[in-house]
Design a protein around this ligand. Structure first.
Ligand code: SF4
Length: 394
């Protein structure tokens, strides 16, 4: 347990992030913690690097809406001060806090207080002895670092531990976690460290974390992005929902990529819809489709959606047209229907569908089809042209 949040032992995979404020800035840090929680974080870490930070934690922890982990690197005094502040977990970096007697002292204190520890190994700050032994940060070196720390904890009879073996190199990180998962059944905290700014950082984080989660490895995750940490929490939550590991807590917007058939600016409408629905925390799958020819059918798995056709929007629930609205009211109508769907349920909203909507939509579809033809992207004409050119050349 990290405070009230279970980690491991079959509990749902949790999302973590870390504040970027000075921990001494109590109000600023709390404001960021609340934003992180709203974006999907279950647990938040704050640095405890100086006396003022520890004092800040003593004021933050009782007011935090999520459990707080104190991040400890070089100073054993900071670990002890964070425990005095009442934190829910410590993260210790074995590469930076290296004296066995200090590590064992922290283990004893944590054991007495019932506070868990994350052994947070990081390829970039590996114990110099392991660098020397292995020549570089290898999966074996990362795992050995974690095991050495576990051994010291075991000497004190302390094993309330989760482990991370992060690296910025994705294959290295994946291999290290795989090895670790074979050796221990302790909860694992997954992350690709120093992944960088989005979109590259998001891709690296997802490549590492999703690979491991799909193998059944990992109990809690953190994206390390060079960005507002709210983006980290959102990414973590979205990944878990996409993998079916957590229930949807907010909107899942699906949208077509747009093509020559599109009747609207799909990117703009999708962004407007995303912003409006996200703000209202509507936990539905919502579709924005650029045309009515393929849109409603292709998005029939969505709870609710809108497809554009001849300056009008076709509003549909699970693929069935319920209303036809003017183009400039599309987003408002979509949001309104989504809200009603959450309150009243699918059956009630289907029963409230406009009687003539299906017929009106069908007329729009036919008219659009006739106006633009079946081959709106002119693919067949192009194929024919290529054929002609090639035969001319023969
Ligand atoms: S829904 Fe229509 S506009 Fe969007 S990609 Fe499909 S055919 Fe193109």
């Amino acid at each position: 347990m990290v405070g009230s949040v279970p980690v491991g032992g079959g509990a749902p995979v949790t999302v973590q992030s870390m504040t970027t404020t000075k921990t001494a800035d109590v109000e600023g840090t709390l404001a960021q913690i609340y934003s992180l929680k709203a974006a999907g974080a279950d647990i938040v870490r704050c640095t405890c690097n100086e006396r003022e930070a520890a004092e800040g934690l003593a004021r933050i922890v009782p007011r935090s809406p999520v459990p707080i982990v104190a991040d400890i690197h070089f100073h054993v005094e900071m670990a002890l001060a964070a425990l005095e502040a009442g934190v829910d977990c410590l993260r210790l970096n074995p590469g930076n806090l290296r004296k066995p007697e200090e590590i064992k002292l922290v283990a004893r204190e944590c054991k007495d207080r019932g506070v868990p520890v994350r052994i947070g190994v990081n390829a970039g700050s590996l114990d110099p002895r392991l660098y020397k032994k292995y020549g570089r940060a290898t999966p074996e070196a990362l795992v050995e670092s974690a095991q050495t720390e576990l051994g010291l904890f075991a000497e004190e009879g302390f094993d309330d531990v989760k482990i991370s073996v992060k690296a910025s190199n994705v294959p290295l990180m994946v291999e290290a976690y795989r090895r670790l998962a074979e050796l221990t059944d302790r909860p694992l905290h997954l992350g690709v460290t120093e992944a960088g700014p989005p979109p590259g950082g998001l891709i690296k984080g997802t490549a590492g974390i999703a690979t491991l989660l799909s193998e059944g490895i990992g109990d809690t995750i953190r994206y390390s992005l060079t960005a507002d940490p709210v983006e980290e929490a959102k990414a973590g939550r979205t990944l878990l929902e996409a993998l079916g590991l957590r229930e949807r807590s907010n909107v899942d917007l699906i949208a077509c990529p747009s093509c020559g058939r599109a009747e609207i600016d799909v990117y703009k409408v999708a962004q407007e819809a995303q912003a409006a629905l996200e703000q209202r925390e509507i936990p539905l799958q919502v579709a924005v489709m650029g045309c009515v020819v393929n849109g409603p059918g292709e998005a029939r798995s969505a709870d609710v959606g809108i497809a554009a056709g001849r300056h009008r929007g076709h509003l549909f629930i699970r693929g069935k047209i319920v209303r036809v609205v003017p183009e400039d009211e599309m987003v408002a109508a979509l949001v309104d229907e989504a809200e009603k769907l959450v309150k009243e349920g699918v059956d009630a909203r289907l029963a409230a569908a406009d009687a003539g909507a299906e017929a009106e939509a069908e007329a729009d579809r036919r008219a659009l089809f006739e106006a633009k033809g079946a081959d709106v992207n002119r693919s067949e004409a192009r194929v024919e042209l290529i054929g002609r050119r090639l035969s001319d050349g023969e």
